[in-house]
Design a protein around this ligand. Structure first.
Ligand SMILES: *[C@@H]1O[C@H](CO)[C@@H](O)[C@H](O)[C@H]1NC(C)=O
Ligand SMILES: *[C@@H]1O[C@H](CO)[C@@H](O)[C@H](O)[C@H]1NC(C)=O
Ligand SMILES: *[C@@H]1O[C@H](CO)[C@@H](O)[C@H](O)[C@H]1NC(C)=O
Ligand SMILES: *[C@@H]1O[C@H](CO)[C@@H](O)[C@H](O)[C@H]1NC(C)=O
Ligand SMILES: *[C@@H]1O[C@H](CO)[C@@H](O)[C@H](O)[C@H]1NC(C)=O
Ligand SMILES: *[C@@H]1O[C@H](CO)[C@@H](O)[C@H](O)[C@H]1NC(C)=O
Length: 208
Protein backbone atom coordinates (compact mmCIF):
# COMPACT_ATOMS: atom_id res chain seq x y z
CA UNK A 1 0.00 0.00 0.00
CA UNK A 2 1.26 3.50 -0.91
CA UNK A 3 1.75 6.18 1.74
CA UNK A 4 -0.72 9.08 1.62
CA UNK A 5 1.93 11.51 0.40
CA UNK A 6 2.43 9.43 -2.73
CA UNK A 7 -1.31 9.40 -3.39
CA UNK A 8 -1.51 13.17 -3.02
CA UNK A 9 1.32 13.44 -5.51
CA UNK A 10 -0.61 11.30 -7.96
CA UNK A 11 -3.74 13.43 -7.58
CA UNK A 12 -1.80 16.60 -8.35
CA UNK A 13 -0.20 14.90 -11.34
CA UNK A 14 -3.69 13.96 -12.54
CA UNK A 15 -4.93 17.51 -12.17
CA UNK A 16 -1.91 18.79 -14.11
CA UNK A 17 -3.25 16.94 -17.14
CA UNK A 18 -6.24 19.29 -17.21
CA UNK A 19 -6.65 21.68 -20.17
CA UNK A 20 -4.28 24.54 -19.35
CA UNK A 21 -1.64 22.04 -18.30
CA UNK A 22 -1.02 23.58 -14.91
CA UNK A 23 -3.32 23.02 -11.96
CA UNK A 24 -3.53 23.15 -8.22
CA UNK A 25 -6.35 22.99 -5.72
CA UNK A 26 -7.76 25.89 -3.73
CA UNK A 27 -8.93 25.76 -0.12
CA UNK A 28 -12.26 24.21 -1.12
CA UNK A 29 -10.46 21.42 -2.92
CA UNK A 30 -11.55 22.72 -6.28
CA UNK A 31 -9.12 22.46 -9.17
CA UNK A 32 -7.61 25.85 -9.97
CA UNK A 33 -5.60 26.30 -13.11
CA UNK A 34 -2.89 28.89 -13.51
CA UNK A 35 -4.25 31.93 -15.31
CA UNK A 36 -2.70 32.64 -18.67
CA UNK A 37 -3.60 35.55 -20.91
CA UNK A 38 -2.98 35.21 -24.62
CA UNK A 39 -3.64 37.32 -27.71
CA UNK A 40 -5.08 35.12 -30.43
CA UNK A 41 -7.26 34.85 -33.52
CA UNK A 42 -10.23 32.47 -33.39
CA UNK A 43 -11.33 30.42 -36.39
CA UNK A 44 -14.40 28.24 -36.90
CA UNK A 45 -14.32 24.81 -38.53
CA UNK A 46 -17.27 22.73 -39.67
CA UNK A 47 -18.99 21.39 -42.77
CA UNK A 48 -18.23 23.89 -45.58
CA UNK A 49 -16.59 26.18 -43.00
CA UNK A 50 -12.86 25.66 -43.33
CA UNK A 51 -11.35 27.94 -40.71
CA UNK A 52 -13.30 31.17 -41.06
CA UNK A 53 -12.46 34.08 -38.73
CA UNK A 54 -15.04 35.36 -36.26
CA UNK A 55 -16.14 38.94 -36.99
CA UNK A 56 -18.25 41.47 -35.11
CA UNK A 57 -21.22 42.87 -37.01
CA UNK A 58 -22.42 46.47 -36.80
CA UNK A 59 -25.02 44.96 -34.44
CA UNK A 60 -22.18 43.71 -32.18
CA UNK A 61 -23.20 40.11 -32.85
CA UNK A 62 -20.76 37.37 -33.91
CA UNK A 63 -20.43 36.22 -37.53
CA UNK A 64 -18.28 33.85 -39.55
CA UNK A 65 -17.41 35.06 -43.02
CA UNK A 66 -15.22 34.46 -46.00
CA UNK A 67 -13.16 37.46 -47.06
CA UNK A 68 -15.64 38.27 -49.86
CA UNK A 69 -18.64 38.14 -47.53
CA UNK A 70 -17.05 40.23 -44.78
CA UNK A 71 -18.50 43.52 -46.02
CA UNK A 72 -19.54 45.69 -43.08
CA UNK A 73 -18.06 43.25 -40.58
CA UNK A 74 -15.25 44.18 -38.20
CA UNK A 75 -12.22 41.89 -37.98
CA UNK A 76 -11.20 41.38 -34.37
CA UNK A 77 -8.28 40.24 -32.25
CA UNK A 78 -8.94 38.35 -29.02
CA UNK A 79 -7.36 38.57 -25.58
CA UNK A 80 -8.24 35.35 -23.80
CA UNK A 81 -7.84 33.97 -20.29
CA UNK A 82 -7.29 30.29 -21.04
CA UNK A 83 -8.64 29.26 -17.62
CA UNK A 84 -12.12 30.75 -18.06
CA UNK A 85 -12.02 32.99 -14.98
CA UNK A 86 -11.92 36.29 -16.86
CA UNK A 87 -14.13 37.23 -19.80
CA UNK A 88 -12.60 37.01 -23.28
CA UNK A 89 -12.27 40.47 -24.78
CA UNK A 90 -11.87 41.72 -28.33
CA UNK A 91 -10.50 44.77 -30.07
CA UNK A 92 -11.22 45.75 -33.66
CA UNK A 93 -8.39 45.25 -36.12
CA UNK A 94 -7.12 48.47 -37.63
CA UNK A 95 -9.69 49.75 -40.13
CA UNK A 96 -7.34 49.25 -43.05
CA UNK A 97 -7.86 45.48 -42.76
CA UNK A 98 -11.62 45.77 -42.27
CA UNK A 99 -14.17 46.11 -45.03
CA UNK A 100 -16.34 49.20 -44.62
CA UNK A 101 -16.69 48.33 -40.96
CA UNK A 102 -19.31 50.38 -39.20
CA UNK A 103 -19.19 48.49 -35.92
CA UNK A 104 -19.82 50.37 -32.72
CA UNK A 105 -17.70 47.74 -31.00
CA UNK A 106 -16.00 49.20 -27.95
CA UNK A 107 -12.39 48.13 -27.53
CA UNK A 108 -12.23 45.55 -24.74
CA UNK A 109 -15.80 44.32 -25.26
CA UNK A 110 -16.49 40.85 -23.84
CA UNK A 111 -17.58 37.86 -25.85
CA UNK A 112 -20.81 36.23 -24.66
CA UNK A 113 -22.99 33.25 -25.40
CA UNK A 114 -26.64 32.93 -24.42
CA UNK A 115 -27.27 29.87 -22.26
CA UNK A 116 -30.69 30.98 -21.10
CA UNK A 117 -32.13 29.28 -18.05
CA UNK A 118 -35.61 30.11 -19.40
CA UNK A 119 -35.29 27.67 -22.23
CA UNK A 120 -33.78 24.18 -22.19
CA UNK A 121 -32.91 24.36 -25.89
CA UNK A 122 -32.04 28.02 -26.44
CA UNK A 123 -30.34 28.67 -29.79
CA UNK A 124 -29.19 32.29 -29.91
CA UNK A 125 -26.46 34.24 -31.71
CA UNK A 126 -23.31 34.98 -29.71
CA UNK A 127 -22.01 38.53 -29.52
CA UNK A 128 -19.97 41.19 -27.80
CA UNK A 129 -20.90 43.54 -25.00
CA UNK A 130 -18.98 46.53 -23.66
CA UNK A 131 -20.10 45.93 -20.10
CA UNK A 132 -21.31 42.68 -18.51
CA UNK A 133 -24.15 44.59 -16.85
CA UNK A 134 -25.62 45.45 -20.26
CA UNK A 135 -25.41 41.87 -21.53
CA UNK A 136 -28.65 40.28 -22.77
CA UNK A 137 -30.65 38.05 -20.43
CA UNK A 138 -29.07 34.62 -20.07
CA UNK A 139 -25.66 35.79 -21.33
CA UNK A 140 -22.49 34.11 -20.07
CA UNK A 141 -19.21 36.04 -20.42
CA UNK A 142 -16.94 33.70 -18.47
CA UNK A 143 -16.10 30.00 -18.51
CA UNK A 144 -14.36 30.00 -21.89
CA UNK A 145 -11.24 27.84 -21.80
CA UNK A 146 -8.79 26.36 -24.24
CA UNK A 147 -8.08 22.63 -24.49
CA UNK A 148 -5.00 22.56 -26.65
CA UNK A 149 -6.05 24.78 -29.55
CA UNK A 150 -9.78 24.07 -29.03
CA UNK A 151 -12.16 26.56 -27.41
CA UNK A 152 -14.41 24.90 -24.84
CA UNK A 153 -16.93 26.17 -22.31
CA UNK A 154 -17.03 25.04 -18.70
CA UNK A 155 -20.29 23.29 -17.92
CA UNK A 156 -20.32 23.48 -14.17
CA UNK A 157 -22.23 20.58 -12.69
CA UNK A 158 -21.11 20.87 -9.08
CA UNK A 159 -18.43 22.96 -7.38
CA UNK A 160 -15.81 20.23 -7.70
CA UNK A 161 -16.95 18.66 -10.94
CA UNK A 162 -16.56 20.42 -14.27
CA UNK A 163 -17.03 19.20 -17.78
CA UNK A 164 -16.10 21.03 -20.95
CA UNK A 165 -18.63 21.45 -23.72
CA UNK A 166 -18.67 23.01 -27.18
CA UNK A 167 -22.08 23.77 -28.61
CA UNK A 168 -21.06 26.43 -31.09
CA UNK A 169 -23.10 26.26 -34.30
CA UNK A 170 -23.19 28.27 -37.50
CA UNK A 171 -26.41 29.24 -39.24
CA UNK A 172 -26.31 30.12 -42.94
CA UNK A 173 -27.38 33.76 -43.34
CA UNK A 174 -28.69 33.44 -46.87
CA UNK A 175 -25.68 35.40 -48.17
CA UNK A 176 -22.96 33.21 -49.67
CA UNK A 177 -20.02 32.83 -47.28
CA UNK A 178 -21.76 34.43 -44.30
CA UNK A 179 -22.92 32.62 -41.17
CA UNK A 180 -24.12 33.72 -37.74
CA UNK A 181 -22.25 32.16 -34.79
CA UNK A 182 -24.73 30.55 -32.42
CA UNK A 183 -24.70 28.82 -29.02
CA UNK A 184 -26.89 25.73 -29.13
CA UNK A 185 -27.52 24.99 -25.47
CA UNK A 186 -29.05 21.54 -25.99
CA UNK A 187 -27.04 20.66 -29.10
CA UNK A 188 -30.23 19.77 -30.98
CA UNK A 189 -30.47 19.82 -34.77
CA UNK A 190 -31.35 23.28 -36.15
CA UNK A 191 -32.45 24.45 -39.61
CA UNK A 192 -29.71 25.60 -42.04
CA UNK A 193 -27.11 25.09 -39.32
CA UNK A 194 -24.03 23.01 -38.65
CA UNK A 195 -21.95 22.48 -35.52
CA UNK A 196 -18.60 24.28 -35.60
CA UNK A 197 -15.41 23.93 -33.62
CA UNK A 198 -13.61 27.10 -32.57
CA UNK A 199 -9.83 26.94 -32.58
CA UNK A 200 -6.94 29.30 -31.97
CA UNK A 201 -5.14 27.91 -35.00
CA UNK A 202 -5.49 29.27 -38.52
CA UNK A 203 -6.33 26.96 -41.40
CA UNK A 204 -3.37 25.60 -43.30
CA UNK A 205 -3.44 26.86 -46.87
CA UNK A 206 -3.49 23.89 -49.22
CA UNK A 207 -1.37 24.18 -52.33
CA UNK A 208 -1.95 21.96 -55.29
C1 LIG B 1 -21.82 22.17 -48.36
O1 LIG B 1 -21.60 22.68 -49.68
C2 LIG B 1 -22.13 21.84 -50.69
C3 LIG B 1 -21.72 22.43 -52.03
O2 LIG B 1 -22.03 23.80 -52.10
C4 LIG B 1 -23.64 21.76 -50.52
O3 LIG B 1 -24.19 20.90 -51.51
C5 LIG B 1 -23.96 21.20 -49.15
O4 LIG B 1 -25.37 21.21 -48.93
C6 LIG B 1 -23.30 22.04 -48.08
N1 LIG B 1 -23.50 21.41 -46.79
C7 LIG B 1 -23.97 22.08 -45.72
C8 LIG B 1 -24.17 21.30 -44.49
O5 LIG B 1 -24.21 23.28 -45.78
C1 LIG C 1 -17.35 50.03 -49.24
O1 LIG C 1 -18.38 50.98 -49.48
C2 LIG C 1 -18.27 51.61 -50.74
C3 LIG C 1 -19.33 52.69 -50.83
O2 LIG C 1 -20.52 52.28 -50.22
C4 LIG C 1 -18.43 50.56 -51.85
O3 LIG C 1 -18.29 51.17 -53.11
C5 LIG C 1 -17.34 49.50 -51.66
O4 LIG C 1 -17.54 48.47 -52.60
C6 LIG C 1 -17.38 48.91 -50.28
N1 LIG C 1 -16.24 48.01 -50.11
C7 LIG C 1 -16.38 46.79 -49.62
C8 LIG C 1 -15.11 45.98 -49.51
O5 LIG C 1 -17.44 46.32 -49.25
C1 LIG D 1 -23.07 47.82 -45.69
O1 LIG D 1 -23.43 49.02 -45.04
C2 LIG D 1 -23.88 50.00 -45.93
C3 LIG D 1 -24.07 51.31 -45.18
O2 LIG D 1 -24.82 51.07 -44.00
C4 LIG D 1 -25.16 49.53 -46.60
O3 LIG D 1 -25.64 50.48 -47.53
C5 LIG D 1 -24.87 48.20 -47.33
O4 LIG D 1 -26.08 47.68 -47.87
C6 LIG D 1 -24.26 47.20 -46.40
N1 LIG D 1 -23.85 46.03 -47.16
C7 LIG D 1 -24.11 44.77 -46.75
C8 LIG D 1 -23.64 43.68 -47.66
O5 LIG D 1 -24.67 44.52 -45.71
C1 LIG E 1 -6.82 40.86 -37.55
O1 LIG E 1 -5.51 41.24 -37.19
C2 LIG E 1 -4.66 40.13 -36.84
C3 LIG E 1 -3.36 40.71 -36.35
O2 LIG E 1 -2.82 41.60 -37.24
C4 LIG E 1 -4.49 39.24 -38.06
O3 LIG E 1 -3.67 38.12 -37.74
C5 LIG E 1 -5.86 38.75 -38.51
O4 LIG E 1 -5.74 37.97 -39.69
C6 LIG E 1 -6.79 39.92 -38.75
N1 LIG E 1 -8.11 39.37 -39.01
C7 LIG E 1 -8.71 39.47 -40.18
C8 LIG E 1 -10.03 38.78 -40.32
O5 LIG E 1 -8.23 40.06 -41.12
C1 LIG F 1 -26.17 26.21 -19.17
O1 LIG F 1 -27.26 26.20 -18.28
C2 LIG F 1 -27.45 24.97 -17.59
C3 LIG F 1 -28.67 25.11 -16.73
O2 LIG F 1 -29.77 25.53 -17.46
C4 LIG F 1 -26.22 24.65 -16.76
O3 LIG F 1 -26.36 23.36 -16.17
C5 LIG F 1 -24.99 24.63 -17.64
O4 LIG F 1 -23.83 24.48 -16.85
C6 LIG F 1 -24.87 25.92 -18.44
N1 LIG F 1 -23.79 25.76 -19.41
C7 LIG F 1 -22.88 26.69 -19.63
C8 LIG F 1 -21.89 26.35 -20.67
O5 LIG F 1 -22.86 27.75 -19.03
C1 LIG G 1 -24.11 20.34 -18.49
O1 LIG G 1 -24.44 20.06 -17.15
C2 LIG G 1 -25.83 19.80 -16.94
C3 LIG G 1 -26.04 19.57 -15.46
O2 LIG G 1 -25.75 20.74 -14.77
C4 LIG G 1 -26.24 18.58 -17.73
O3 LIG G 1 -27.64 18.36 -17.57
C5 LIG G 1 -25.93 18.79 -19.20
O4 LIG G 1 -26.19 17.60 -19.91
C6 LIG G 1 -24.48 19.17 -19.40
N1 LIG G 1 -24.29 19.53 -20.79
C7 LIG G 1 -23.48 18.86 -21.60
C8 LIG G 1 -23.47 19.32 -23.00
O5 LIG G 1 -22.78 17.96 -21.21
Amino acid sequence: MWPTAALVGLLVAGAAASPAGIASKDHTGRVVRKRTTETVQLYAYGTNISGLPIYAGSDNLAYLATRDAATNLTAITWTIDTTGVDAWTVTANSTSTSTNATSSLTSGSSFYIINSSDSSDSFVQAGFVSDASSAPTGATTTGFVTYGSYVMVVNETTADQQTYVSEFWATASGTDGLWTLMWNKAGTVQDNSVPVTLKTTAPVALTS
